[in-house]
Design a protein around this ligand. Structure first.
Ligand SMILES: Cc1cc2nc3c(=O)[nH]c(=O)nc-3n(C[C@H](O)[C@H](O)[C@H](O)COP(=O)(O)OP(=O)(O)OC[C@H]3O[C@@H](n4cnc5c(N)ncnc54)[C@H](O)[C@@H]3O)c2cc1C
Length: 393
């Protein structure tokens, strides 16, 4: 019987384990994690509700090496997949959630299945190295204990939200072994802006938001922005963060259009009617926002439109990995074969956020984690089934 060691019990590791656990006669599956309990980050997703996939998977919703993998990412369908695990889903527009709107339900369905099929969980084990020994892999943990395996799955995530377990250590490990890893950046993360409006902390605004790079429009999205002490957060701001350039010397700005559902003519008539009021934006915007945009006083419809529809804030950075939802960057797909096996290390696979693929908000990252974990699990299964048949014949 082959031993498969899966490092990381996030969605990618769980998805790989699900495939392998279906043949307990062929495999002993070991799930290893530095955390006490599995799926810690999964439980935090979607504010605990877990936006686990999207009905409209498109390549432009991903960044990095998506072109190399898009076909099978798109072929993965969350509805039958989770139905098989006994998890009911609900769609909110294109966004898919567990019917309970509890991330815990997703984890429970996986865990019940895996436990029943004899998967062994090895908690509080931080893997610091792996070596090849007589055709098998030896994993070494931080207490210098060894775990032997015939196949190894690296599902340790990226560097985002370290407090939930993933700190980029597996990426560092493979990089030191000569595997090419692209530069890592925090993504889906709060933006720091200049100016920052401390007094607006906690204020939410709805509108359309754009990212400009050296005055050129990069992208835009409709949604909500939340002001923070040093910048902006909220889904729209996180979404824009995926498109930030990390080149030095580039000026980046976000533009807030807080009247995106009004016509220019409506804004002009509004100004004509209320221009004599000391606080002429009171009827249009939340008081705290209005008082910022009315300083200095608005003297023409053109100024009103410019301030309300083209409010620009310079982006001076992000709040970093600890506040990010995902990592942009990871193992380059050129380092892997079509089934996500490392070309340098036959028998070692990688899946999930550890790879150089990241997605926008909207369930795209979890979708990628399930799809890539499934692909790896199926491949190991297929390889061993073939070897088993050969040995019988
Ligand atoms: C707050 C938050 C909300 C999010 N919401 C959503 C959402 O609603 N929808 C969506 O699509 N995406 C969401 N994401 C992104 C999504 O959670 C990740 O992309 C996804 O979890 C990646 O899965 P993974 O299995 O590759 O890695 P992870 O989930 O990061 O799991 C990696 C696991 O490996 C373990 N590990 C790492 N290194 C080692 C080591 N050396 N030894 C042992 N164990 C190790 C870690 O402890 C961790 O448990 C969110 C992320 C955050 C932080």
């Amino acid at each position: 019987m082959d031993v498969v060691a899966i490092v990381g019990t996030g969605p990618a590791g769980l998805a790989a384990a699900k495939e392998l656990a279906s043949r307990p006669d062929l495999f002993q599956v070991l799930l290893i994690d530095r955390n006490k309990k599995p799926g810690r980050k999964l439980l935090a997703t979607g504010n605990g509700k877990c936006n686990l996939s999207n009905l409209d998977i498109r390549p432009e919703k991903y960044h990095g090496d998506i072109d190399a993998v898009f076909d099978w990412v798109n072929q993965f369908k969350a509805e039958p997949y989770f139905q098989d695990l006994g998890l009911c889903l609900r769609a909110k527009g294109n966004l898919l959630y567990p019917y309970s709107e509890q991330a815990q339900s997703v984890l429970d369905c996986f865990w019940n299945d895996l436990k029943e099929k004899g998967v062994i969980y090895m908690p509080e084990r931080t893997i610091v190295d792996f070596q090849v020994n007589k055709g098998r892999y030896v994993l070494i943990d931080d207490k210098n204990q060894h775990i032997y395996a015939d196949h190894l799955v690296l599902a340790g995530g990226g560097k985002a939200s370290r407090q939930l377990g993933s700190d980029g250590s597996l990426l560092e490990l493979v990089k030191n072994k000569g595997v090419l890893v692209s530069k890592l950046y925090p993504s889906l993360v709060q933006l720091k802006t200049k100016p920052a409006y401390k007094q607006l902390k906690g204020t939410r605004v709805h509108g359309t938001f754009f990212l400009y790079r050296d005055q050129q429009l990069v992208t835009g999205c409709k949604g909500e922005v939340l002001f923070t002490e040093d910048g902006v957060s909220g889904i729209a701001a996180l979404e824009l963060s995926s498109y930030l350039s990390h080149e030095p010397g580039v000026k980046q700005e976000i533009e807030l259009n807080l009247a995106d559902e009004l016509e220019v003519s409506q804004l002009r008539s509004y100004f004509q009617k209320w221009q004599h009021q000391t606080h002429c934006l009171d009827g249009l915007l939340a008081k705290k926002i209005a008082s910022i945009l009315e300083d200095p006083p608005i003297t023409s419809a053109k100024t009103l439109i410019s301030r309300v529809c083209h409010w620009r804030l310079e982006v001076i950075g992000t709040r970093g990995f600890d506040f990010a939802q995902v990592t942009s960057g990871g193992i380059l797909l050129q380092e892997l074969d079509a089934y996500l096996m490392l070309k340098r290390f036959p028998g070692v696979y990688a899946c999930g956020e550890i790879l150089n693929v990241d997605g926008d908000c909207g369930g795209y990252n979890l979708h990628f984690a399930w799809a890539s974990g499934q692909r790896v699990g199926r491949r190991i299964l297929q390889t061993c089934e073939m070897a088993d048949e050969e040995s019988v014949s």
